[in-house]
Ligand binder design. Sequence first.
Ligand SMILES: Cc1cc2nc3c(=O)[nH]c(=O)nc-3n(C[C@H](O)[C@H](O)[C@H](O)COP(=O)(O)O)c2cc1C
Length: 300
Amino acid sequence: MDDVTDTVFRQIIGDLAAPDLYFTEFTSVDGMVSQAGREAVSRRLIFQESERPIIAQIWGNDPEKFFKAAQMCAEMKFDGIDINMGCPEKSVVKRGMCSGLIHNPQLAAKIIKATKDGADGIPVSVKTRLGMREIEPDWIKHLLNQDLAALIIHGRTVREMSKVPAHWDEIGKVVQLRNEINPKTVIIGNGDVESYEDGISKVNQYNLDGIMIGRGVFKNLWIFDKSGQIHNPSTEERLQQLSKHTKLFVETWGDTKSFAILKKFFKCYISDFDGASELRTKFMETKNLKEVQTLVSASI
Ligand SMILES: Cc1cc2nc3c(=O)[nH]c(=O)nc-3n(C[C@H](O)[C@H](O)[C@H](O)COP(=O)(O)O)c2cc1C
């Protein structure tokens, strides 16, 4: 998730309950291959060995740039490359990128091929939606014909953004298509999964190979705990975890990332206890690590 799943957040989550697979934030191939843009996007591709297996997610509309970006990902020793064909942001869709590729299947195929050619054998996957304005099985069939290592399906159309519940029955139909067209492609379902148990039940119900969880991690930082145990951390534990996250954020990014980006995580820690809302308001006024640490000490 953009501005969420950077190396800091992945390390924090990995220490609590690690997922089987990590994905980077989506990273522009235009940025990666240009001298001027490289520095700006490079932060997105930083990772530690503890975050393996890790997949670089990339986006754009120029096959040649995907080829070069894939070479770079392979050199950086990523475990795989995922191509974003699902982001519904109008500005990128208009430029024929991300879900803008749904109605340009020929270019999508060229992009996949170029990425595979540059990837030096590491697996290449695609993340996409069910269709543009309506469900488009032909789009899914087209992708299944590209011999992808995995296909990740966010169970909504582009038009639906995130406004309706994910259509899990349609994700199930993708599994059936996969069985007919290309049994080797791994199918991962995505959309609204809020617990480990819910994920496993969807895997079983729809015969999926895996589940991708995005926003569910905000409500439960232990969501990837395979015991399925519901964690109910004490206020002290929550605040100490927040302090740890803030410290790692500041140590990793210094002045290169705005402190405001960190604040979107405060709600993950400061919620579900008496007085959480008032305390969160105080934390939202902090401007640096020292202020967070002082407030944490004063609050436990
Ligand atoms: C803040 C935010 C940033 C996101 N950034 C990305 C991204 O960079 N790449 C991507 O494939 N999907 C991105 N998504 C979409 C999620 O990965 C996911 O497909 C969507 O939120 C539905 O799944 P969920 O209900 O598990 O969150 C983002 C979603 C959110 C809320």
